[in-house]
Design a protein around this ligand. Structure first.
Ligand code: 5GP
Length: 190
């Protein structure tokens, strides 16, 4: 078993992928570590710098782009940059663990392209659009215009689901968590 593997969880915002990712990290025996992305968006709720994200200013983010420090990055929403630092993958592999990504669809596809043999790409689908909207509003952390922005992007992201190695429909959370666990476990054993 080689631990130098990557697991990409991608989904429209609000599909529940972060809950599934947290489950894999904290409630299972899997040797995984979270790839902490850098972002220029402001922290939300109880998010912590260096745990949930590396929160950077737009300027610092752009500096790192210039220095070629990212494996992939994107301006997911206007002036909201998100990216994976090259140093994250090395840090986690050096710890003897596999890397778990919670990133957007384009970023996920880019990682799959960069590491075609080492990556398992998993797309988490919300059961339907109404449910997605309900979850986004239920979070209560975003303004109306941000919710509309995320819903518009969700349509585009859903159309890319078939490019992933596996699709999990997050209808019943407990079942989705178990499916994710089994997929990761199997790929780790290969
Ligand atoms: P949020 O603001 O809800 O934390 O994230 C917004 C979107 O950016 C989500 O789809 C999230 O998965 C994505 N994202 C987070 N980190 C990265 C990253 O490192 N690269 C890319 N491309 N997208 C990311």
């Amino acid at each position: 078993m080689d631990h130098r593997k990557l697991f990409v969880f991608s989904a429209p915002s609000g599909s529940g992928k972060t809950t599934i990712v947290k489950h894999l990290l904290h409630n299972t025996d899997l040797p995984l570590s979270f790839s902490i992305s850098a972002t220029s968006r402001a922290p939300r709720g109880e998010e912590i710098h260096g745990k949930d994200y590396y929160f950077l200013s737009v300027e610092d983010f752009k500096n790192k782009i210039e220095k070629d420090e990212f494996l992939e990055f994107e301006e997911v929403y206007i002036d909201n940059f998100y990216g994976t630092l090259k140093s994250e993958v090395e840090r986690i592999w050096d710890e003897g663990k596999a890397v778990l990504f919670d990133i957007d669809v384009i970023g996920g596809l880019n990682i799959m392209k960069l590491f075609p043999n080492e990556t398992l790409g998993i797309f988490v689908k919300p059961p339907n659009k109404e449910e997605l909207e309900k979850r986004l509003r239920g979070r209560g952390t975003e303004s109306e215009d941000k919710i509309i922005m995320r819903l518009a992007k969700a349509d585009e992201e859903m159309s890319k689901a078939t490019f992933f190695d596996a699709i999990i429909t997050n209808d019943k959370l407990e079942i989705a968590k178990e499916e994710a666990y089994q997929l990761v476990k199997k790929f780790l054993q290969q």
